[in-house]
Write a protein that binds this ligand. Structure first.
Ligand code: GTP
Length: 297
């Protein structure tokens, strides 16, 4: 049995190396069950502080770890994040001026079907980055949402083939409503455009006085702008509505990036944003990508 009453405290020692402040010291990948609104998130958390005292041997990891428990008391909000960061700095007085928190997790929320009275869950990967430094409190949200994109060029090429087939099939026939109606529902549509599952990665910076985390507003705004969010429960009526939505929202990656850009510009309470859309092409084995930003550096 160890009869010594004091434990060696290496972190409290002075470093024997030349003085060197460090930008970030802490822990990455701490598992923490959190809540965003009513929804649980199995989060991975990175917690750190700067080590501004270049001669201090180390920070006190356990103090950061224990401070994280506060995040579990209530749904995530700017106020709880700020409180935890203040705690980080309070427990590292004389050592640190900057405190950092990064969260990653899947936000599992119910989404309704397009037509049928059904619903299902979708997992939206999100990130949350908070920093407290001498310049103030900084908050950045990140969100990934999946949607379908149908190539407008492919759609035009397909329409041209349909016109050519129409010219061939009706070259020697008078135009008759019933015949044309039947032709449209059978052999007439000889070509279809290609579509792909696509991703929008959105990052936004909030003002330091923000009092809520507008993940849902961001999500709803971006999905409405794109018009073709991937679905959960799908019956045939929903699939048909989805086909219509795709036909009415033909998109290059440039179009998708511009749509989300306009949607975020119109959203209040955002200081700046960065958007990247990726269309995982079914025409190519590589992706089509576009990015755009506003007040972002
Ligand atoms: N600073 C630092 N600590 C580490 C590292 N790896 C593991 N630890 C351990 O993290 C543990 C917690 O450190 P402290 O928070 O200083 O623990 P403590 O001295 O019991 O707590 P306080 O009395 O509050 O300072 C210690 O046992 C360290 O050895 C590292 O790379 N850097």
């Amino acid at each position: 049995m160890n009869r010594q009453t004091t434990l060696p405290d290496i972190a409290a020692q002075r470093s024997t190396q030349p003085a060197a402040p460090l930008d970030w010291v802490g822990m990455r990948g701490i598992a923490l069950p959190l809540r965003l609104g009513e929804q649980p998130i199995n989060a991975q958390v990175d917690a750190g502080v700067s080590l501004d005292d270049g001669q201090a041997r180390g920070i006190h990891m356990s103090r950061l770890y224990l401070a994280l428990a506060d995040l579990q008391l209530e749904p995530l909000s700017p106020a709880t994040l700020r409180r935890v960061l203040e705690d980080f700095l309070r427990s590292h007085q004389g050592l640190s001026h900057c405190a950092h928190l990064e969260l990653r997790g899947d936000w599992l929320i119910p989404r309704p079907a397009l037509i049928s009275p059904l619903a299902g869950y979708k997992a939206y990967p999100l990130t949350l980055s908070a920093r407290l430094d001498p310049a103030g409190f900084h908050l950045e949200l990140g969100l990934r949402l999946d949607y379908s994109s149908t190539c407008p060029c492919s759609a035009a090429l397909a329409r041209q083939l349909i016109q050519q087939r129409f010219a061939d099939d009706f070259a020697d026939r008078p135009l008759d409503y019933d015949a044309l109606h039947a032709w449209l529902g059978s052999t007439g549509i000889v070509a279809t455009p290609h579509s792909q599952r696509s991703e929008a990665h959105i990052r936004v910076r909030l003002p330091s006085e923000a009092n809520s985390l507008p993940f849902l507003a961001l999500l709803d705004g971006a999905e409405a702008a794109l018009g073709t969010a991937v679905q959960t429960a799908v019956k045939r009526a929903d699939e048909q509505a989805f086909a219509l939505a795709n036909g009415q929202n033909l998109m290059f990656c440039e179009d998708a990036a511009r749509r989300v850009h306009q949607a975020l510009l119109a959203m209040p309470g955002i200081n700046g944003f960065h958007i990247q859309v990726t269309h995982a092409e079914s025409l190519h084995a590589h992706d089509a990508v576009a990015s755009t930003s506003h007040c972002w550096c």
